[in-house]
Design a protein around this ligand. Structure first.
Ligand SMILES: O=C[C@H](O)[C@H](O)COP(=O)(O)O
Ligand SMILES: C=C(OP(=O)(O)O)C(=O)O
Ligand SMILES: [Mn+2]
Length: 465
C-alpha cells in the first residue's frame, strides 16, 4: 500500500510511558545531561530573571503555521530543508553573514522547487543556535587543560582557561543576538529577494576560482543556480530553530499564550519556531523529553545509529501522545554506512505503532571524522550517499521522505571535502572557521542539493505494494 497522504489514527499510550502531570519545571525532577555548571549561582538567577521578562522573539501564529507546513512535509506535499551552522556565533550576527545564509537557504529551496517540483518549507539553524553538547567536557590546548567550548551562549571559543568558564552574562547576549538576527531575517524577507540572491551568488562564484569544471553536470548546475537566483517565486517565510539544550534558558522563554480566540492558553517556547532534542539528550525518561512534551512548538528528535528503536518509540509516544502529524519530526543522523542496517528496524517499530512522524535526514552528523592533520571533516560524497540512501529506503518501505537537515555555512569556508569546489585536505588550512562541526560551504551546499535532486528524480521508485 502506498501511504502517501494518509494519517494514522491515534495509538493508545504504552502503559509505562503514561506521563505524570507536566509543569514548566517538571523536567527538574528528571536526570539531566549536558548542562553547564555555573559557579556564581546568584548571577545566574539574576540573569534568568531578566530573560524571563524579555519579550517573545517570534510570533505564536508563525509557530502554528510552521506546524501546519511540517505536516504537509509529512504527507509528501512539501519538503523540509533545515539548514545552518553547527554552532552559530555572536560575531556572525552581521549583515553579510546573515544575508549569505538567507540567500543560501532560498536558493536551496528554489533548486528543489525547480527539479523536484515540490514546495519547500525552510527552517534555519539560526537566531539562537548558540549551545552545544560536546563529546568531552574538557580539552587540552597547547598543553593546558580547560573546559571545552559549549557555544557562545555559555563560554568563549578562544582557548583560555578563564574564557572557557561558563558565564551567565552570555545568556543575555545570546538572547539579544538572537533577536537581532531574527529582525534582520524579517527585513530580508520583506525585501526583493531575487535582487539579493543574484548579487550574493555572483559574489560567491567570483570568489571561487577553482570549481571542478570537469564534473559532467558543471554547466547544468551553474545554469540551474543562476536561473534560481533570478526567480521571484520563493518569497515564503524562513522559520528559525535551535537545539533546545539549556533548559533553564528555554524555560524562561516559555510562556503561556493563546493562539486563537477559542483556544485556552498553552505553553509555547517564544524564542524560536522549532526546537529539537539532540541525540545525546533524547531519552524518554530524562529532562529534555520532559520539557519538550509540554510545549506547543513543532519539535524534532535526533536519532542516531545506536538509538534503540523501542526507546525512540517511547520518546515519540511521550512527545506526541495525540499522534498529530507535523508535531514531531524524526531527524535521522545515522551515518551513510549504517543506514541500510539501522533504518529498516526503526521504520518497522514506528509503523507497528502507527506513529505519525515526519522523516527527515540529517546527513552530516553520522559522517564526521578526524583526518590525519586533526581537522574534523566530512566528505561531500558520503553526505550525498546518506541522503539518497535514506530517501530510497524510506520510499521502499512506503514512508514519505520529509526533508533534509544539514550543517552549512553561507560563506566560502573550507571545512568539508569534495564537491564542486574540489576541497581537499590541504585546502582545509585556507578557511576552516567553524567553532564546532565542519559545514558545507555555500557552493558545496547548492551542489549537494542539486545532485540530490538529480539523483532522486532518476530513481524509478514505484510503490512496492
Ligand atoms: O553538533 C553536534 C555536536 O555538538 C558535536 O558534533 C560535538 O562535537 P564534539 O564531538 O567535537 O564534541
Ligand atoms: C548536536 C547536534 O547534533 P546531534 O544531537 O545529532 O549530535 C546538532 O545538530 O547540533
Ligand atoms: Mn554539529
Amino acid at each position: 500500500m502506498d501511504t502517501e497522504n494518509t494519517i494514522n489514527e491515534p495509538v493508545t499510550l504504552l502503559k509505562d510511558t503514561t506521563p505524570s502531570e507536566w509543569g514548566l519545571y517538571s523536567w527538574k525532577s528528571k536526570p539531566i545531561k549536558h548542562q553547564p555548571v555555573y559557579s556564581d549561582t546568584e548571577e545566574l538567577s539574576s540573569v534568568l530573571k531578566e530573560i524571563e521578562n524579555a519579550p517573545k522573539i517570534v510570533e505564536i501564529q508563525d509557530i502554528c503555521d510552521l506546524q501546519d507546513n511540517i505536516r504537509l512535509c509529512g504527507l509528501g506535499d512539501k519538503m523540509l530543508i533545515h539548514l545552518g551552522d553547527c554552532a552559530e556565533t555572536f560575531k556572525d550576527c552581521n549583515e553579510v553573514s546573515i544575508k549569505n545564509r538567507f540567500v543560501l537557504f532560498n536558493l536551496c529551496s528554489l533548486i528543489i522547487n525547480k527539479i523536484l517540483k515540490k514546495d519547500v518549507v525552510k527552517i534555519g539553524r539560526i537566531a539562537g543556535q548558540y549551545a552545544k553538547p560536546r563529546s568531552s567536557p574538557v580539552e587540552v590546548v597547547n598543553g593546558v587543560a580547560m573546559s571545552s567550548y559549549f557555544g557562545d551562549n555559555i563560554n568563549c571559543f578562544s582557548p583560555t582557561k578563564e574564557g572557557r568558564v561558563p558565564n551567565p552574562e552570555k545568556l543575555i547576549k545570546g538572547y539579544h543576538w538572537a533577536v537581532t538576527t531574527y529582525h534582520t531575517i524579517e527585513k530580508l524577507m520583506n525585501y526583493k529577494t531575487y535582487e539579493i540572491c543574484r548579487d550574493v551568488l555572483e559574489d560567491q562564484l567570483r570568489e571561487q576560482t577553482a570549481l571542478d569544471k570537469d564534473t559532467p553536470e558543471y554547466e547544468d548546475f551553474i545554469n540551474v543556480i543562476k536561473e534560481c537566483a533570478e526567480d521571484l517565486s520563493d518569497i515564503e517565510d524562513l522559520y528559525v530553530s535551535h537545539e533546545g539544550l539549556l533548559l533553564d534558558y528555554e524555560s524562561k522563554l516559555t510562556k503561556l499564550c493563546r493562539y486563537s480566540e477559542d483556544e485556552s492558553e498553552k505553553y509555547f517556547n517564544t524564542s524560536t519556531h522549532f526546537l529539537w532534542v539532540g541525540e545525546r539528550t533524547n531519552k524518554f525518561d530524562q529532562a529534555h523529553v520532559e520539557y519538550f512534551r509540554g510545549i506547543q512548538n513543532p519539535i524534532g528528535i535526533k536519532v542516531g545509529p545506536k538509538s534503540d528503536p523501542k526507546d525512540i518509540v517511547k520518546s515519540i509516544l511521550t512527545l506526541n501522545p495525540e499522534n498529530e502529524m507535523g508535531r514531531l519530526t524524526l531527524i535521522l543522523r545515522l551515518g551513510a554506512k549504517n543506514v541500510k542496517e539501522t533504518l529498516p528496524p526503526l521504520i518497522e517499530e514506528i509503523t507497528n505503532h502507527k506513529l505519525n512522524v515526519v522523516w527527515v535526514t540529517d546527513a552530516v552528523h553520522g559522517n564526521t571524522y578526524v583526518n590525519d592533520c586533526k581537522f574534523k571533516v566530512r566528505h561531500f560524497d558520503t553526505v550525498l550517499e546518506e541522503l539518497v540512501s535514506v530517501y530510497t529506503i524510506l520510499h521502499k518501505n512506503n514512508q514519505i521522505f520529509g526533508g533534509i537537515h544539514l550543517e552549512v555555512s553561507g560563506d566560502n569556508v573550507t571545512e568539508c571535502l569534495g564537491g564542486i569546489t574540489k576541497t581537499c585536505d590541504d585546502d582545509l588550512y585556507t578557511n576552516y572557521s567553524t567553532q564546532c562541526d565542519p559545514r558545507l560551504s555555500f557552493l558545496q551546499t547548492l551542489h549537494l542539493i542539486y545532485k540530490f535532486c538529480i539523483e532522486v528524480s532518476k530513481l524509478d521508485l514505484l510503490p512496492t505494494e
